[in-house]
Design a protein around this ligand. Sequence first.
Ligand code: SF4
Ligand code: SF4
Length: 92
Amino acid sequence: MALKIIESCVNCFACEPLCPSKAIYEAKPHFLIDPKKCTECEGDFSVPQCASICPIEGAILDMFGEALNPPGSLTGIPPEKMAEAMAELQAH
Ligand code: SF4
Ligand code: SF4
C-alpha cells in the first residue's frame, strides 16, 4: 500500500517533514513518494499525514488512482459550481 504524488504538486514542502516513514523526497519536477517505504501511515497515524496537510486538491492519489483530497474537498466549492464559474469566465 502506498500513496502517490502527481504532477499537480506545487512543491510546497509541507508533506515531506510529516512523513513517519521518510518516504517523501524532493525530486524533479515534483515531490515523490517511495512506494517501498510508504505505509499509508498505518500504525503511526489514523490518516495519511501527507494528504492531511497537502493544500492542493488531487495532488495525492491512493493505489486506485483516487484523490485523497478530491475536487471541492479543500476549497468547499462543489466541482459543478467550479465548472460553471470557469465556463462563465471563459465566456467573457
Ligand atoms: S501516507 Fe504516510 S507514510 Fe505514506 S507518504 Fe504519506 S505521510 Fe508518508
Ligand atoms: S504537500 Fe502536496 S503540494 Fe506540497 S509538496 Fe507535498 S504533495 Fe506537493
